[in-house]
Ligand binder design. Structure first.
Ligand code: ADP
Ligand code: MG
Length: 400
């Protein structure tokens, strides 16, 4: 691995002249489908008196100008300068996100543009700068210390969960306020430091503007009009039963995201997806923490994901949710009951308590479960918004 690492360093150095003098790569911290991320020391950090910093009081990143590092051979993507009045110390450590050359240029530009729009947003990791050399793009972000979700989620108390989610929903509220959908809310894209109890949202690689690439969906029609336009069914079989759904190939909808975190309207190929898809994914994170099971959903594909959700919510509610987007859903899968399970029941069961031990749920836990239900509403129009969520008693826990 260390030779790979030297090789990586060598490659970056070859692409970006002077890189060696700007950054010292420390280690590889992430390797995903679309990028490799390194922790690096910013060697010039004390040469500037303005910098990025997360304000402890407001949780806002102070926004210095996105300055062009003068570089002989690499093009810095130029962004307009901002006021220097809030200048702070530069972070000593940065995260260098090397975007794979296989990513499309529009996709890369999209990520950088959205990050630029979101600069200064609470709990969103800002972009310091970006470099391009031919097809290679690297984004430079302040390094944010965080722990691996799997190492802390089982030990969180309900107030801990409320603080974690308040931070996540603060980020979502500002992202959604800019009419941007993140599309890939999951633990690895929300960096959280349990010791300081702060978090930042990263990875806008799949993010998009609301309304971009939208076609009218039946979910915005009245129920009568909807009925007239129902779609034919196809059958997917599953151990001991079948699920018939109507994925007519001509219907195209953005399905980007991570399996297990996709909202039902994404699975039903709603063509007017909104910021509410992020709320569902945040709800899945909460369900994971409360049930102490990660991953909570473990589907290989969209049909399996529908089966998992249908098992929880029951056939009736799942069919109603499908109908909203003009989809008919039929199933004989024995695990999918008529009316599904309650969230309380699911959480009691997954934490080895049973329905009779309902009184074992603390008041705090009940409040968290009530909030969970607001996030995991099958109908996106009834699902809580990030703004509303921040006013919910659960997220305000300990505030007043
Ligand atoms: P990808 O598109 O490949 O998923 P991400 O932006 O999600 O890329 O980054 C991948 C991983 O790199 C993250 O899960 C996180 O562990 C790490 N990472 C990304 N940005 C930062 C940062 N600013 N500070 C610290 N670690 C980061
Ligand atoms: Mg990611």
């Amino acid at each position: 691995p260390s030779s790979h690492f030297t090789q990586d360093m060598e490659n970056l150095q070859n692409c970006f002249a002077g890189f060696r003098h700007k950054y010292r790569l420390i280690k590889r911290i992430g390797e995903g489908t679309f990028s490799t991320v390194y922790k690096a020391e910013d060697l010039q950090y004390d040469r500037y008196d303005n910098s990025w910093d997360l304000d402890k009081e407001t949780d806002k990143w102070t926004a210095p100008p996105l300055k062009s590092f003068s570089s002989e051979s690499s093009a810095t993507l130029g962004y307009p300068s901002q006021s220097q009045s809030q200048a702070r110390r530069r972070p000593k450590y940065v995260a260098i996100k090397k975007i794979y050359v296989t990513s499309s240029p529009t996709r890369i530009l999209n990520e950088l543009e959205l990050l630029h729009d979101l600069r200064g947003c609470k709990s969103v990791c800002p972009l310091i700068t970006a470099f391009r050399w031919t097809d290679q793009v690297v984004a430079i972000l302040p390094y944010f210390r965080h722990a691996d979700f799997r190492d802390y989620f089982r030990n969180m108390t309900v107030p801990d969960i409320a603080i974690y989610l308040r931070s996540l929903f603060t980020a979502l509220a500002s992202v959604h306020h800019h009419n941007i959908l993140h599309r890939d809310i999951k633990p690895t894209n929300f960096l959280y430091d349990p010791s300081s109890r702060r978090g930042v949202l990263v990875d806008f690689g799949l993010a998009e503007r609301e309304g971009y690439d939208c076609k009218p969906c039946l979910c915005h029609d009245d129920p009568a009009a909807r009925k007239a336009k129902l779609r034919p069914l196809i059958t997917g079989s599953q151990k001991g039963g079948y699920l018939r759904e109507d994925t007519r190939p001509s219907r195209r909808a953005n399905r980007a995201g991570t399996r297990g975190f996709r909202a039902p309207e994404v699975l039903f190929k709603c063509t007017e997806q909104s910021t509410k898809i992020d709320i569902w994914s945040a709800g899945v994170i909460l369900l994971t923490i409360l049930s102490r099971r990660f991953p909570f959903f473990n589907s290989a594909d969209d049909v399996e994901a529908m089966i998992e959700i249908a098992t929880m919510f029951g056939r009736q509610r799942m069919q109603a949710a499908a109908l909203l987007h003009g989809c008919m859903l039929e199933t004989t899968i024995p695990t999918i009951g008529r009316s599904g399970f309650s969230f309380e029941g699911i959480i009691l069961w997954s934490t080895s308590r049973n329905e009779q031990q309902k009184d074992q749920l603390s008041e705090d836990e009940k409040l968290a479960i009530e909030f969970l239900g607001r996030c995991l509403e099958l109908d996106p129009s009834r699902r809580i918004s990030a703004e509303e969520a921040l006013q919910h008693e659960f997220l305000r826990m300990g505030l007043d």
